[in-house]
Design a protein around this ligand. Structure first.
Ligand code: PXP
Length: 253
């Protein structure tokens, strides 16, 4: 199958995809024993020292991994990009407006949800998202909206005023082993439309050392991937420094 990259001029775009390390899982381990081991502030700083371009957290209402109090503590020490994900409840918005991270990624999760497993309906939620995006813009915070690989959802996200969209890559990751060209096709189509719309492009969920390189080779204009679960699992065997180096290596053009 042809992936239809056509005559796209790669020199015209930022070709370096940034790696944001999602440290939720590290906080899950910390919380399991009630103390401060592992210390997520140290882990975040070490991720940066080992080459991560950013740190991502998702403070959920039940604080099952990242706690609200972790968020300003991280902001105070991070030197790279800080990305905070979450459902834009009033509580969440007050927190991010106070902390002012580099980026806020809006996810449509219900509070009890295990993990983000679908994107926004940006058409139906257009008015709500528009108001939230205005608040973030006024505070000088870059916004990203989590969407499925769907051209219309990207168009409505741009219309609502998002600076970026983050493509939910779960379905790509699950389809990769059986037919990676078929798995990436809707992502490539949506990514091309995102580029035409003139907004930024992030991607995340279930990305791994197995499937990351193909994704960013086919869609080299991805601005940032945020990766948690697989990266932290790999670090159990390879160590954090070597694992971050391996993920960065997948992003090399
Ligand atoms: N992007 C979003 C919006 C997420 O909710 C998550 C999971 O917290 C990720 C990316 C990272 O997914 P994973 O942990 O599977 O790498």
């Amino acid at each position: 199958m042809s992936l239809g990259l056509g005559c796209f001029d790669y020199k015209q775009v930022n070709m370096r995809t940034k790696l944001s390390v999602n440290i939720n899982k590290v906080a899950t381990i910390r919380n399991a024993r009630g103390g401060n081991n592992p210390d997520i502030i140290k882990v975040a700083k070490d991720c940066e020292a080992f080459g991560a371009d950013g740190i991502t957290v998702h403070p959920r209402p039940d604080e099952r991994h990242i706690r609200r109090a972790d968020v300003p503590a991280l902001q105070a020490v991070l030197r790279t990009e800080f990305n905070i994900e979450g459902y834009p409840s009033r509580d969440f918005l007050d927190l991010v407006l106070r902390v002012r991270p580099s980026q806020v990624t809006l996810v449509p999760d219900k509070p009890e949800q295990l993990t983000s497993n679908s994107g926004w309906d940006t058409e139906k939620e257009q008015l709500f998202l528009r108001d939230v995006l205005n608040e973030l813009r006024e505070a000088g915070i870059r916004s990203s909206i989590f969407i499925d690989a769907d051209v219309r959802m990207a168009e409505f996200a741009a219309e609502a005023g998002a600076d970026r969209v983050e493509l939910y890559t779960g379905p790509y990751a699950h389809g990769y082993a059986t037919d990676r060209d078929a798995a990436i096709a809707p992502f490539l189509e949506t990514a091309k439309r995102v580029r035409q719309l003139g907004i930024g492009l992030n991607a995340g969920h279930d990305l791994s050392l197995e499937n990351l390189k193909f994704f960013t080779d086919v869609i080299p204009w991805v601005d940032e991937v945020s990766i948690g679960h697989a990266l932290i699992c790999d670090a159990l065997y390879m160590g954090l420094e070597a694992t971050i180096a391996a993920y960065k290596n997948c992003l090399k053009k």
